[in-house]
Design a protein around this ligand. Structure first.
Ligand SMILES: [Zn+2]
Length: 393
């Protein structure tokens, strides 16, 4: 058996941070054999500057929007952003395919080994089928009104079938887009078809979302107009968005709550409690650079830390980010003041776990990915300096 050996100033295993006195050993194809002290490692150890980490997990992307790089301007707020995406996403198919292929390669080169990817169309199937990245595909349903709910679900089920033809069935699922685009009946149909599955939803990304449910007013009425809907099709519950829609799910799903930029503390407690009572799991998905791009605001990570919420990272798409780089997301999260009380080591461990082991668990790929545990093949990333990465394996 031939071995490969790797050492750096710091070695993050997925669980803990070790120093330059430890060596990671894999077999020739990159399957982890173990981590041993330098004197036991023998010869031919490759030495790297900076930190070595298991490959990164990007839990939220829209690969099919890669052609919108530099198309949608930053800092418009969510409503104008959405109006822009809706009106500007049409491009020639060859441009769309070219940008999808480039974005997939870019993510691979930047050390990303798995992606939770939102798809409204089958545009990305071809690239995903031959990609070296593992994809979990959220086939994202939009359905504003109850009267078209069944028709809509049927259309998105046809998209889902395209994924099933080329990719493992367990890695593609119907998923709701957002609380402001899914009617009550549509929520019900998605709930029924996702028993025990991993799904996602864009959550509380704008203050208008809570207003829509509390009063029936706010900025989303402008978005609805674009779809020919004159007034809010949603029932006014008098409650926040999260409290209004989460009870539509009761089939032991795991849900990635995406963004959470405007989630209040009492809703975090509500969501955790609801999930516990219904045998569900929640992962709070941070897309900090996308939040800065769209709303110029960061999510309340200090509250997720305070309440011990599992967190994972996402880049979101090229319509709302400058790069599809988890290393850049790590950098942005690390720069947040909520980590100031932690030691440098604890800070690295906390944030790198979001990017590796937590993400792998969320996407249900931790049998192979997310940590340097013996027998796994998680890929190896060298973080040369903050935000700068090289793929090793
Ligand atoms: Zn998104």
């Amino acid at each position: 058996m031939q071995y490969r050996k790797f050492r750096a100033d710091q070695l993050f295993t997925g669980h803990q941070l070790l120093g330059a006195d430890q060596v990671l050993i894999t077999n020739n194809e990159g399957r982890v054999d173990g981590v041993v002290p330098v004197p036991e490692a023998g010869d031919d150890v490759q030495v790297f500057p900076g930190l070595l980490s298991p490959g990164f997990i990007n839990c939220h992307c829209h690969l099919e929007l890669s052609h919108l790089k530099d198309v949608v301007p930053p800092h418009t707020g969510l409503i104008d952003f959405l109006c822009d995406v809706v009106t500007k996403r049409g491009f020639p198919q060859e441009v769309i395919q070219d940008r999808i292929e480039k974005a997939d390669k870019e993510m691979y080169d930047k050390g990303i080994v798995a992606v939770g990817d939102i798809s409204n169309t089958a545009d990305t199937v071809r690239v995903k089928a031959k990609s070296r990245i593992r994809y979990y595909n959220f086939i994202e349903v939009l359905g504003f009104t109850d009267d078209k709910a069944e028709e809509n679900i049927a259309a998105f089920n046809n998209v889902l079938k395209e994924y099933h033809k080329e990719l493992p069935e367990k890695n593609s699922v119907l998923t709701p887009h957002a609380p402001y685009s899914i009617s009550t009946k549509t929520f019900g149909l998605i709930n029924e078809s996702t028993d025990g599955r991993l799904i996602s939803i864009h959550n509380q990304e704008s203050p208008d979302e809570d207003e829509l449910y509390k009063t029936g007013g706010g900025g989303f009425l402008r978005l609805f107009k674009q779809f020919g809907i004159d007034r809010s099709p949603f029932t006014v519950t008098g409650k926040s968005s999260l409290r209004s829609y989460l009870p539509h799910f009761n089939r032991k799903q795991t849900i990635l709550l995406i963004h959470n930029t405007f989630i209040p503390e009492e809703d975090i407690l509500f969501a955790k409690d609801y999930a516990d009572k219904h045998g569900m799991n929640l992962f709070f998905t941070l897309c900090v650079r996308a939040n800065l791009y769209i709303e110029n605001r960061k999510p309340p990570v200090h509250l997720f830390l305070k309440h011990d919420c599992p967190m994972v990272l996402g880049t979101d798409s090229y319509s709302s980010n400058w790069e599809l780089s988890i290393a850049k997301e790590i950098e942005a999260v690390m720069n947040m003041t909520c980590f100031d009380d932690l030691t440098a080591e604890d800070k690295i461990c906390t944030v790198y776990k979001m990017a590796t082991v937590n993400g792998a668990k969320a996407l249900r790929m931790d049998d192979e990915l997310g940590s340097f545990d013996k027998g796994k093949m998680p890929g190896i990333v060298n973080v040369v300096s903050s935000g700068i990465v090289r793929r090793v394996l």
